[in-house]
Design a binder for this molecule. Structure first.
Ligand code: ATP
Ligand code: MG
Length: 612
């Protein structure tokens, strides 16, 4: 007996829907893209229970006439292309004509739409892809689609949905991306009747970022742009080096206005920040790449989340270099400002009224720090019997005693201080030391981070707190608030005194000793990120606790530490170096970067061909 049978049409549709509709966020993506394709400049989204219960989207786009309101529910029905050749030039998000049919097949849909040319709207109630009711209704121009009970008729799919909180987070992330992609579009997003986004038309991406995000990100935005000789252009806004996150969730990449996920392009953005952000920390960047449509294939992913480039390496390099260049320019500007600030007190009395600030910064007499040549900074090696000489490891400071190489976290090295002289600061980032072994370069941020990390760890059993004069109020999204409320004790264990308020607010009354009030928001945000990531990855309780503690300690250390490009006085450098010599695990910062590096005199002599 023959075994192969044709599946009924409604079963085919349900199976096909699996490709397009993975989770509530994919429904939101398709509906949002349809609204943008319809020319909407005002979109309102209502989500209930992470989108599992209801997704409603209202737009003021062109709407659909009666016939199209029916046709849009059919598979392979589209107004956007008429032949596959047009794919090479298509500029709309949609082109397959399958999204609405797929969504309708696995939900209860209510579609109300009124075309610009019509006086009335049409309402269709669609259940599992079949129109059950229809009527003429009064409606605004545009389209209003409600999706209820997603996957109600495909229990196997519904079972695979994650918690409401996780599904909601995916929707939120998506709407943020589109809000960045279309700054001119007014976007409102509500979850379970709470307002999450309410962004009016913005004149620029920068203005949109300010609408969506808070300080400290919004305080240090850098605009960037670039072009190539083969018509690729890049434009965007990124955060300066002072802002970072522990995840990549704020790296948004748009290619010809499509929000895409591309591991390599994300890596290119991160590489643009290399040497600027410590390992394990990631920037904010909204990167918009425009290129000729024949250089990118948009039809390679079932949910159009990925694209394929004709010359992927070229695109990666272009992104990395553009970001790097603009970061460097911004850092240079900052160094001039820092120098200016560092010498301000001495200089101000001599400024002529009409002398401009730029003149001050460029004035040649303003060499910020002068280093004495005397040997008063030589630290004598203590007269200990077991101390023979001080050696430097291949990549960092290390101490060797007779017959005994102490491992880095053994306190035995504490009493040993090497012989050195501070030469000065290189690029206001590295402290240069002359030692009897050669030239040692200490990364001031990495070194101070390690010092702070160990200090915070040492105080963990009885953390000291500072009472804030004015409590810090932090407002969170509902989902973040819920996550933090369940884990408030972690922050308490570091010395935070936090009260949970209604209305998604936290009130911070006291902070740990090293934490300044302005860092609180970042620390709470990091805790949320770590908690979410660990919950999503379902890590074991012991690993979870360790990971969270490390992340928070590292963040506090990073925030409290002096930064690259901070101008240091001689005594500050000396203090830092003295502390570094006695801190455990001093070879690397908490993120694994080396704190110091030796260029042996022998190597230098070889370079200059004094020895062969
Ligand atoms: N919000 C809307 N406003 C106006 N027309 C719409 C809207 N949503 C859908 N349509 C119409 O319905 C058609 C079908 O939409 P659907 O999303 O199923 O396919 P598509 O957008 O053409 O392609 P894709 O499946 O790739 O998204 C669209 O081509 C468009 O003409
Ligand atoms: Mg579509």
């Amino acid at each position: 007996m023959a075994l192969i049978k044709l599946l009924p049409a409604h079963e085919i549709q349900k199976i096909a829907a699996g490709e397009v509709v993975e989770r509530p966020a994919s429904v939101v993506k398709e509906l949002l893209e349809n609204s943008l394709d319809a020319g909407a400049n005002h979109i309102v989204l209502y989500i209930e229970d992470g989108g599992k219960k209801r997704i409603r989207i209202i737009d003021n786009g062109c709407g659909m006439v009666y016939e199209d309101a029916h046709a849009c529910l059919l598979p392979h029905a589209t107004s956007k292309i008429t032949s596959v050749h047009e794919l090479a030039v298509v500029t709309t998000f949609g082109f397959r004509g399958e999204a609405l049919a797929a969504i309708a097949a696995v939900s209860r849909m209510t579609l109300i739409t009124r075309h610009v040319t019509q006086l009335d709207g049409n309402k269709l109630v669609v259940v599992a892809g079949s129109v059950e009711q229809e009527s003429a209704v009064a409606a605004n121009i545009g389209t209003d689609i409600t999706i209820d009970d997603l996957f109600y008729n495909v229990p196997a799919r519904r079972k695979f949905l994650k918690t409401d909180t996780t599904e909601w987070r995916a929707i939120q992330q998506l709407v943020y991306a589109y809000a960045l992609d279309y700054p001119a579009c007014t976007i409102e997003l509500y979850h379970n009747n709470t307002t999450v986004i309410n962004c009016q038309h913005a004149e620029s991406l920068e203005q949109r970022i300010v609408q969506l995000f808070e300080s400290p990100l919004t305080k240090q935005l850098i605009n960037f742009n670039g072009t190539t000789d083969d018509d690729m252009t890049l434009a965007g806004v990124m955060a300066g080096y002072q802002y970072s996150r522990f995840d990549r969730s704020q790296i948004y990449i748009f290619v010809n206005n499509r929000w895409i996920k591309n591991h390599k392009l994300t890596a290119a953005v991160i590489k643009g920040y290399q040497n600027i952000l410590p390992q394990g920390q990631y920037p904010f960047a909204a990167v918009s790449l425009a290129m000729p449509t024949n250089c990118v294939d948009i039809n390679v992913h079932p949910r159009k989340e990925e694209v394929q480039f004709l010359h992927p390496r070229k695109v990666e390099t272009f992104i990395q270099e553009t970001i790097q260049r603009h970061l460097e320019q911004s850092l240079q500007k900052r160094v001039i400002q820092e120098q200016h600030r560092a010498i301000m007190p001495a200089v101000l009395p001599f400024i002529e009224d009409n002398q401009k600030e730029t003149d001050i910064a460029q004035n040649k007499q303003f060499v910020p720090i002068s280093y004495s040549n005397d040997l008063s900074h030589l630290i004598p090696i203590p007269q200990q019997q077991n101390v023979q000489k001080i050696e430097y490891g291949a990549s960092a400071l290390d101490v060797v005693t007779t017959g005994n190489k102490y491992s880095d976290d053994q306190q035995a090295v504490v009493s040993v201080a090497p012989l050195y002289r501070i030469i000065g600061q290189l690029d206001h980032t590295y402290i240069l030391l002359e030692t009897d072994e050669g030239l040692v370069m200490v990364d001031q941020h990495a070194a101070h981070e390690r010092i702070m990390y160990e200090k915070i760890g040492a105080q963990q059993s009885a953390p000291e707190s500072i009472q804030l004069l004015f409590p810090e109020i932090i407002t969170l999204t509902k989902s973040d608030y819920e996550v933090i409320c369940e884990n408030i004790s972690i922050l308490a264990s570091f010395g935070f005194d936090i009260e949970v308020w209604g209305n998604c607010q936290l009130r911070i009354n006291a902070t740990p000793l090293h934490v300044k009030q302005h860092m609180c928001k970042d620390i709470v945000a990091t805790l949320i990120t770590e908690l979410i990531e660990s919950q999503d990855a379902q890590v074991e309780a012991a690993v979870f606790a360790k990971k969270i503690h490390h992340a928070l300690r590292a963040l506090m250390a990073c925030k409290a530490a002096i930064k690259a490009h901070d101008v240091l006085q001689e005594h500050e450098m000396l203090d830092l170096i003295k502390q570094l010599f006695v801190v455990p695990n001093r070879l690397t910062c908490p993120h694994g970067r080396p704190t110091s590096w030796l260029m042996a005199t022998y190597e230098i002599e070889k370079k200059f061909k004094r020895i062969i």
